[in-house]
Write a protein that binds this ligand. Structure first.
Ligand code: COS
Length: 385
């Protein structure tokens, strides 16, 4: 039986997230976008509202939201400001491997404190020479007595410059390729951890993206997540879980752009009538509305599968890829309806278009999502040789 209705709790959650986005995020979005600063005041309120720790199990003090709940919240927050949302989502991304693979002891040590005080966390996978080819990473975490000693650097790390906790993917067995990768938890105050360049980005400018260096960083073996050599699988399973929320962010950004363009088109008069009455604009508006609805359903479907513990790698990739492409197309078309008023920085539309672009790139480019989808659709192929 298929049921698309939201429960009372989900409707209340959506309302709460929508109100937060309207009151706390939207009014400050332009300021923090231009200033390229971290909106700590907004994040403190987001923490108090539970958004910063919403995927942490209740047992450790978090909101324990399900995946459908999470995508509902994600759409609303991203419609408020995609950059601020990215910071919030990056926390969830870093907590996910701990939630999925952490021992009760690790959860108590690292997740519980995050629910008591507002902190940030980072998922450290990408390196200069290992982006789409995540399995080609070079950082090392070599055993030394009862410790791991980490050396290497990570780049384009969301929350990298402000995080208190890093989940680092590094080679514990160099020479074994992807099967030599492990995931290790590294607190920021460990000697040898330092932050490099904070990136100046086209969009999502309220979020912090930085290089992080690990120079003889010593952490106890107790900080290993799961088993040695399973790090690549930990990263892949994490991304399977977190790509639907990126899709939800695409839906939120697209929806914000469509809503703005419709309001503008109803008020803007040219040739003696509101431009919303011109069919050329109505066709654009209909196309955008259709695509947003389709994207939302792909996102909800992936989240629904996750909530039931069903395989969802392909569906998560579809949700992320399709919805972020919709965000890019929608913001481009919606900006076109607004003409010069869309392009000028005094109005919110150009930011939405800049923000849409990153959704097609981070958490795996849309080309990688298509490969993940094709891999599953095609299945095994006999080698002709
Ligand atoms: N869940 C569990 N295991 C998975 C998996 C998944 N979703 N995807 C792959 N694996 C396993 C495979 O089963 C394989 O296991 P074995 O070694 O036991 O056979 C192993 O991981 C390697 O898989 P594969 O050969 O498919 O890896 P590739 O190097 O070809 O890479 C892609 C696969 C491209 C999908 C991966 O590198 C990727 O997702 N890249 C993008 C990374 C990314 O999203 N970066 C964004 C930064 S994080 S914000």
């Amino acid at each position: 039986m298929i049921d698309f209705s939201l429960s009372e709790e989900q409707l209340a959650l959506r309302e709460m997230a929508r109100e937060f986005a309207e009151k706390e995020m939207k009014p400050k979005a332009a300021k923090y976008d231009q200033g390229h600063e971290t909106p700590t005041d907004v994040f403190q309120k987001a923490f108090e509202a539970g958004f910063m720790t919403c995927n942490i199990p209740a047992e450790y003090g978090g909101g324990e939201l399900g995946n459908v709940d999470t995508v509902i919240v994600s759409e609303e927050l991203a419609a408020g400001c995609a950059g601020m949302y990215t910071t919030i989502m990056a926390n969830s991304l870093a907590y996910t491997p701990l939630i999925l693979f952490g021992s009760p002891e690790q959860k108590k040590r690292f997740l519980a404190p995050a629910t008591r005080k507002m902190t940030f966390a980072s998922f450290c996978l990408t390196e200069r020479e290992a982006g789409s080819d995540a399995g080609g990473l070079k950082s090392r975490a070599l055993k030394d007595g009862s410790d791991f000693v980490i050396n290497g650097s990570k780049c384009f790390i969301t929350n990298g410059g402000i995080a208190d906790l890093y989940v680092v993917f590094a080679l514990t067995a160099p020479g074994k390729g992807k099967r030599g990768i492990s995931a290790v938890i590294v607190p920021r105050d460990t000697p040898g951890v330092s932050v490099g360049k904070v990136e100046d980005k086209m969009g999502h400018r309220a979020s912090n993206t930085a290089e992080v260096f690990f120079d003889d960083v010593r952490v106890p073996r107790a900080n290993l997540l799961g088993r040695e050599g399973l790090g690549f699988m930990v990263a892949m399973k994490t991304l399977d879980n977190t790509r639907a929320p990126v899709g939800a962010a695409g839906v939120g950004v697209a929806r914000a752009a469509l809503d703005y363009a419709v309001e503008y088109a109803k008020k803007r008069v040219q040739f003696g009538k509101a431009i919303a009455l011109f069919q050329a604009n109505q066709l654009k508006i209909a196309q955008m509305a259709m695509e947003i609805n389709a994207a939302r359903h792909l996102v909800w479907n992936a989240a629904w599968l996750m909530d039931r513990g069903k395989p969802c790698g392909k569906e998560s990739a579809m949700a992320k890829c399709f919805a972020s492409d919709v965000a890019m197309r929608t913001t481009t078309e919606a900006l076109q309806i607004c003409g010069g008023y869309g392009y000028m920085k005094d109005y919110p539309m150009e930011k939405l278009m800049r923000d849409a672009k990153l959704l097609q790139i981070y958490e795996g480019t849309n080309e990688i999502q298509r490969l993940v989808i094709a891999h599953e659709v095609v299945g095994p192929v006999r080698d002709a040789k």
